[in-house]
Design a protein around this ligand. Structure first.
Ligand code: HSE
Length: 293
């Protein structure tokens, strides 16, 4: 049996819309085993236990890419990443399916090949890159249509808290709400802030993170889709932290530089939003992991 473990991922990090993503220590896993039936799936709602299941779709894609017959397979999903909350639940499914097939056929693909396939399936690399490599990833599609990705170590002093509302935000709606153009002035603002932010994360410099994370491309529009955005932000700031919308929301991610601040955010969010899920997490540095049992 093969077990694949994938970290949750948080895209955008404020100013790095569609380019940057962070892997965090909240994990989901999938087991792949031989089966006498063509396909068995457990661990997800009945309506997803079909050939359209994203984990299976990715498994099939990798088999076809490797020119291997798709084996009869039993897929057991253990998902801890909430769906449609901006924490990379679809990246998890895609990376797990591709990695499962890769290990099934003795791992002929390296991580960069997995990333190419995963990006093709997901449509953008900002979540799948950290799901595969861990850490803080910056990615883009180059002029030959290849995925380029680099990874930054995030300073261990930084701590993160996921504030996960009990409501979803649709990614389609969160993209529709955005303007179609921006000015040179705004582009200059974003580039300067994004480059400074990546260095600030490496240094663990919370003051510089707080100054550089303030986005003008998507957060001012998307915050309107999250009714509790301002209250959540106030809780983070009262604990001397900063906060950004994770992916297209609804999750918001707090960044602090000590465990006490993280715990203060956890306890205040639990008090004000008892139905939310709140997790004190760290950066995942491994990315997708596999085990043959
Ligand atoms: N970068 C994407 C967005 C992530 O913010 O729309 C969601 O998949």
């Amino acid at each position: 049996m093969i077990r694949i473990k994938v970290p949750a991922t948080s895209a955008n990090i404020g100013v790095s819309f569609d380019c940057m993503g962070l892997a965090v220590s909240l994990y989901s896993s999938v087991e792949f085993d031989k089966s006498s039936e063509e396909l068995e799936i457990t661990g997800c709602p009945k309506q997803f236990q079909t050939r359209d299941n994203l984990v299976y779709q990715a498994f099939v894609k990798a088999c076809e890419h490797l020119n291997k017959p798709v084996p009869h397979v039993k897929i057991t999903i253990e998902n801890n990443i909430p769906v449609a909350r901006g924490l990379g639940s679809s990246a998890f499914c895609i990376v797990a399916g591709l990695a499962g097939a890769n290990v099934w056929f003795d791992s002929p693909m390296d991580r960069s090949e997995l990333l190419e396939l995963a990006t093709e399936m997901e449509g953008h690399p900002d979540n799948v890159s950290p799901a595969i490599y861990g850490k803080l990833g910056v990615s883009f599609i180059d002029e030959s249509n290849d995925v380029q990705t680099v990874h930054f170590n995030v300073n261990e002093r930084l701590e993160f808290v996921t504030l996960i509302p009990d409501y979803q935000v649709s990614t389609d709606k969160a993209r529709e709400i955005l303007p179609t153009e921006m000015s040179y002035q705004e582009a200059i603002y974003q580039v300067g802030h994004a480059v400074a932010l990546s260095k600030a994360m490496e240094l663990g410099d919370l003051d510089l993170i707080t100054a550089s994370i303030i986005d003008k491309m998507h957060e001012p529009y998307r915050c309107k889709l999250i009714p509790d955005y301002q209250k959540a932000k106030d809780i983070c700031q009262q604990a001397n932290g900063t906060m950004y919308i994770s992916g297209s929301g609804s999750t918001m991610m707090a960044i602090v530089d000590n465990p006490e601040s993280a715990e203060q955010i956890v306890s205040n969010v639990k008090k004000d939003f008892p139905n939310w899920e709140v997790n004190h997490v760290n950066v995942d540095t491994n990315g997708v992991m596999s085990e043959v049992i």
